[in-house]
Design a protein around this ligand. Structure first.
Ligand SMILES: Cc1cc2nc3c(=O)[nH]c(=O)nc-3n(C[C@H](O)[C@H](O)[C@H](O)COP(=O)(O)OP(=O)(O)OC[C@H]3O[C@@H](n4cnc5c(N)ncnc54)[C@H](O)[C@@H]3O)c2cc1C
Ligand code: SF4
Length: 409
C-alpha cells in the first residue's frame, strides 16, 4: 500500500472526473486532492465536511469499488487511485481539530426523528444555518446503524463520539431513548413550536424467511445480534443465511467474539453477492466458509436444511435461479443467524403520513410527505441502501425544507 501522499500524486485531476460523478454526494475529488497536495489539509477538510457532513464515515465504509474508486480512469489499465484513504485521513483530522464557528441562531425549531446517517446529516446542515434542532432517538446514543449495526472493527466508535461532541457544541438538543410514534406523536411536535419535522427512522425490522423453525431458541436475526453481540451465546457452529453486508458483519463478529466456525448460506453465486467486495474478501481471510447456490428450506434444532439451486443462463442473456427439491442437504449449526434484509416496522408510527404498500414513507423527490412540514429521507423511504445514499438524500431534501421553513417565518 502506497503512502497517501504518493496516492494523491498519482491522481490525474481529470477535467471531467468520473470518480466524483459516481460518488452519490459528488465529492469534489480533484479539488480536495489539490488542497491536500498543497498542504491545505484544514481547507480540504472543510470542503469535504461541508459537502458531506459524514465524510469521516463514508470514506471508510462506502462501497468504493462501485463508487469513486470503481470509476477512476487509471483503473481501466492499472490500479485506481484510492481517494477514500486520503479522504479518511483528512476528514478524521478535520473532525479531531474542528472549531465550531459562532452561529447566529434564527429561533426556528426543527425536529429530527432518528440519529442515523440521514438524521445526523440533516441535523448538522440545519445547525450550521442557525436552526434550533431537537434530535429524537429511540436508542441511547447517536449513530443508528453506524453504532448499532456495523461492528467496531469496521468503523471505530470514537468517530461517532466526535460527531456527538460536534453536534452538542453546535447546540443540538438531544433526546435519547425517545421513540417518536409511541407516547410522543409527530402531530404533538407542531403545537410545541416546531416548524418542520424530518423523519429518518431507518429500517429496524428484519425480514423473515417464512420457514418452519424460525421461532426456535437458537435462531436470531442478524440486526438484533449486531446490536449487542455480547448478550448472545452462539456456540461453535454458526450458520448465517444471506450474503449482504449484514450477513458478512454478523459472520465476522461471531468469529471474533466466540471463535465460532461460521458458514454463510447463499442461494446465488459469489458474483451475485450484494456485500462490498473487500468485506467478502476479509470474511474469507477471517475463515468464513461460503456455501453458494444453497436455499434454506427449513430450520431444525440441529441446523439448516437446504436444497441446491441451479443457475440458469437464459437465451436473452438474463440469469435465473431454480431450486432443485430432489437434492436436500443439512448444514449443522448450534445457532442460525438470518440476514435477508430489513423493512420498516414499528420504527415510526407515521400517523396520517402516507406509506407505500411495503410500509416505507411515501415522499416526492424532495422528501416531502403528504403532511405539510413533514419530510423524510434515508432507508425509511428507499429501503436498505448505503450511508452515502442516505446522506445524499438528506442533502437533496435540505433546500426544500429550508424553503418551507422560510415560508412559515
Ligand atoms: C449491519 C449493517 C451493515 C451495513 N454496512 C454498510 C456499509 O458497509 N456501507 C454502507 O454504506 N452502508 C452499510 N449499511 C447500510 C447503512 O448503514 C444504512 O443504509 C444507513 O445507516 C441508513 O441510514 P438511516 O439514517 O436512513 O437509518 P439508520 O441508520 O437505520 O438510523 C435510523 C435511526 O432512527 C432511529 N429510530 C427508529 N425509529 C425511531 C423513532 N420512531 N423515533 C426516533 N428514532 C427512531 C433508530 O434507532 C436509528 O438510530 C449497513 C447496514 C447494516 C444493518
Ligand atoms: S463519499 Fe464515498 S463514494 Fe464519495 S468519494 Fe468518499 S468514499 Fe468515494
Amino acid at each position: 500500500m502506497s503512502s497517501i501522499k504518493k496516492e494523491a500524486e498519482r491522481c490525474l485531476k481529470c477535467k471531467n472526473p468520473r470518480c466524483a460523478a459516481n460518488c452519490p454526494v459528488a465529492t469534489p475529488i480533484p479539488q480536495v486532492m489539490q488542497l491536500f497536495l498543497d498542504g491545505e489539509i484544514e481547507e480540504a477538510g472543510r470542503v469535504l465536511f461541508e459537502n458531506n457532513p459524514l465524510t469521516a464515515v463514508t470514506s471508510i465504509i462506502c462501497p468504493h469499488e462501485r463508487n469513486c474508486a470503481g470509476h477512476c480512469v487509471l483503473g481501466i489499465k492499472s490500479t485506481p487511485v484510492e481517494f477514500y484513504r486520503i479522504e479518511e485521513y483528512i476528514s478524521r483530522f478535520y473532525l479531531e481539530t474542528m472549531t465550531v464557528p459562532e452561529i447566529e441562531k434564527n429561533g426556528i425549531k426543527v425536529a429530527v426523528a432518528g440519529a442515523g446517517p440521514a438524521g445526523l446529516a440533516m441535523s448538522l446542515m440545519l445547525l450550521a444555518k442557525g436552526y434550533d434542532v431537537t434530535l429524537f432517538e429511540a436508542q441511547d446514543d447517536i449513530g443508528g446503524v453506524l453504532r448499532y449495526g456495523i461492528p467496531p472493527f469496521r468503523l471505530p466508535r470514537d468517530l461517532l463520539d466526535m460527531y456527538k461532541d460536534v453536534l452538542l457544541r453546535m447546540g443540538v438538543r438531544f433526546r435519547p431513548n425517545t421513540r417518536i410514534g409511541t407516547n410522543l406523536q409527530i402531530a404533538d411536535l407542531f403545537p410545541d413550536g416546531y416548524k418542520a419535522v424530518f423523519v429518518a427512522a431507518g429500517t429496524g425490522r428484519p425480514n423473515r424467511l417464512g420457514l418452519l423453525g424460525e421461532t426456535l431458541g437458537h435462531v436470531h436475526f442478524a440486526i438484533d445480534y449486531l446490536k449487542s453481540p455480547d448478550t448472545f451465546r452462539l456456540g461453535n457452529r454458526v450458520a448465517v443465511v444471506g450474503a449482504g453486508n449484514v450477513a458478512i458483519d454478523a459472520a465476522r463478529t461471531a468469529i471474533r467474539r466466540e471463535r465460532s466456525h461460521v458458514t454463510i448460506l447463499h442461494f446465488m453465486g459469489e458474483e451475485d453477492m450484494t456485500a462490498n467486495r473487500d468485506e467478502v474478501e476479509m470474511a474469507e481471510i477471517d475463515g468464513v466458509e461460503f456455501v453458494h447456490y444453497a436455499q434454506a428450506v427449513r430450520i431444525t434444532d440441529e441446523g439448516v436444511r437446504c436444497v441446491r439451486v441451479n443457475r440458469i443462463e437464459n437465451e436473452d442473456g438474463s440469469v435465473s435461479f431454480e431450486e432443485d427439491y430432489t437434492e436436500t442437504f443439512d448444514v449443522p449449526a448450534d445457532s442460525v443467524i438470518l440476514a435477508i434484509g430489513q423493512g420498516p416496522g414499528a420504527d415510526v408510527n407515521a400517523g396520517s403520513i402516507k406509506v407505500t404498500q411495503r410500509g416505507f414513507l411515501e415522499v416526492n423527490e424532495f422528501g416531502e410527505t403528504n403532511t405539510p412540514g413533514v419530510y423524510a429521507a434515508g432507508d425509511i423511504v428507499t429501503g436498505p441502501k448505503t450511508v452515502v445514499e442516505a446522506v445524499a438524500f438528506a442533502k437533496k431534501v435540505f433546500p426544500h425544507m429550508e424553503e418551507y421553513l422560510k415560508s412559515q417565518a
